[in-house]
Design a protein around this ligand. Structure first.
Ligand code: SF4
Length: 460
């Protein structure tokens, strides 16, 4: 039987409890148990005036931002509308039905002011990592590091080449915020000082961003988000923003490793990363200066692609300080017998090892070894011992496990873009980018905590 037509009838009084209307197994309830904002007020106390009108509760703003980043609501205007309409969001933000939602402009005012000056978003990220530690989700033995390009909200049409940009007279006082931040970070290793290579284009609206074609497709303006994760449960132990080039990303990795040790006393036994982190300098830093095993493919310019023997075809004989070629002949850096033995002893400097001309000229493999020269020579880098050590690590039985775990950081980036919707940045300038990446990493850690330790509804 068809029921009566639904008519709109406004009741005069309602008995309504938000607590009853949010399901006990709602994902936000699981997230809520791990959100600790108790330290916000003491943290911000010095940044508020003791007189004047009371401000919007900073805890409310942070909770709303967490809702936005956890559920991929990027626009603050839309976030205000969603929190206004969604009962679960209201419950999470401790807003009753009659409570007013803050205006969207409140977010930018606080972000550019006291949130940024006090490092509040960083503080919240570290509070979440500390909670992950307390819950036993961080083993601290194996870390993985990687960077992902996030495109910037600027147009190629509004950019200049370096000469035009250098010719512009910029008065920092009149410049937009993103340009002032760019000028402030010119000496920062993650931004201006990362490389001396002039970019092809500089965006007017966000000059700190990098014009890059690293995705092998059309070039675009981007920043890199750098993640350092613990590979046990894919918890992000540190996050940092940088320009999108190898030097800046390696610098970000070093900064994150040191900061994680300083803040949480965590230093991994090993770290997994891709070839971008496999330069000799970086391997020396990891192995000799920080005593961390690198499961990182060595960045090797000695590999050849024309079918001739690569450097890896020559075996290194450490005891006798020589290479042995595929035909069994030796390559030495000197064939002189010095009376002072220290003059021919192995040293920490780049050396050139050569075969004997008599061996090469009569060799059946010459066409595959040195078709354009009389004799084959091999360059041995200054820190080749360290690079050899890294090669041994990547050839070890544990490497497949380490590389499998490394994939977890790529999964996090995929999740960041597809589920959290951070495929394109909304804020501009190094500080805005840092804020977005820090909030997104906090949201990802909270979601992970909620997923691994869901709130069990009380029986009955
Ligand atoms: S050409 Fe010289 S270095 Fe190369 S395989 Fe032959 S003997 Fe060895």
């Amino acid at each position: 039987m068809m029921g009566p037509k639904q008519e709109t009838q406004s009741a005069l009084f309602y008995e309504f409890s938000l607590e009853d209307h949010v399901p006990q197994d709602h994902f936000l309830r699981s997230i809520d148990q791990f959100v600790d904002l108790s330290s916000i007020r003491p943290h911000l106390s010095d940044f508020y005036s003791h007189t004047g009108r009371p401000s919007t509760d900073p805890e409310l703003l942070i909770r709303m931002l967490l809702v936005g980043y956890c559920f991929g609501i990027r626009s603050e205007r839309r976030l205000c509308e969603e929190v206004h309409l969604n009962l679960a969001y209201r419950w999470f933000c401790s807003l009753d039905l009659n409570d007013r939602i803050p205006d969207h402009s409140t977010f930018s005012k606080n972000r550019h002011g006291r949130f940024r000056e006090s490092g509040l978003l960083r503080h919240e990220f570290e509070t979440t990592v500390a909670r992950c530690l307390k819950e036993g989700l961080i083993g601290g033995h194996g870390f993985a590091v990687d960077a992902s390009l996030i495109s910037v909200d600027v147009q190629k049409q509004n950019s200049s080449n370096p000469e035009d940009w250098a010719a512009k007279q910029i008065d920092p006082k009149d410049a937009p915020r993103a340009v002032r931040e760019y000028l402030d970070t010119l000496d920062d290793e993650a931004f201006g000082a990362a490389t001396t290579v002039q970019p092809k284009f500089t965006a007017h609206a966000d000059p700190a961003s990098q014009w890059t074609a690293a995705r092998k497709g059309p070039a675009f303006f981007a920043f890199s988000t750098n993640y350092l994760i613990d590979t046990d449960h894919s918890i992000i132990v540190d996050v940092d923003a940088s320009r999108s080039n190898k030097t800046a990303e390696v610098g970000a990795m070093r900064k994150m490793i040191d900061r994680t040790q300083e803040r949480f006393g965590l230093k991994p036994d090993w770290i997994a990363a891709d070839t971008a982190y496999g330069s000799g300098d970086n391997l020396v830093w990891l192995t000799l200066k920080r005593q961390i095993l690198p499961f990182i493919p060595v960045f090797d310019k000695g590999e050849r692609t024309d079918g001739t023997f690569s450097r890896s075809s020559f075996a290194w004989d450490d005891d006798n300080d020589r290479y042995i070629c595929p035909e069994g002949k030796e390559l030495l850096h000197t064939r002189r017998n010095y009376s002072d033995a220290t003059r021919s002893a192995p040293t920490w400097k780049a050396q050139k090892y050569r075969a004997l001309k008599a061996d090469c000229m009569t060799c059946p493999s010459k066409a595959k070894c040195c078709p354009n020269s009389d004799v084959r020579a091999i360059h041995r880098e200054k820190y080749e011992h360290v690079r050899d050590f890294a090669r041994k690590c990547t050839a070890s039985a544990y490497n497949p496990t380490a590389q499998k775990r490394r994939k977890k950081v790529e999964m996090l980036f995929s999740h960041l873009k597809r589920i959290l919707g951070l495929g394109r940045l909304r804020l501009r300038g190094p500080c805005g980018v840092q804020d977005e990446f820090t909030l997104a990493a906090t949201a990802q850690n909270l979601r992970k905590l909620a997923k691994l330790k869901p709130l069990v509804p009380a029986a009955g």
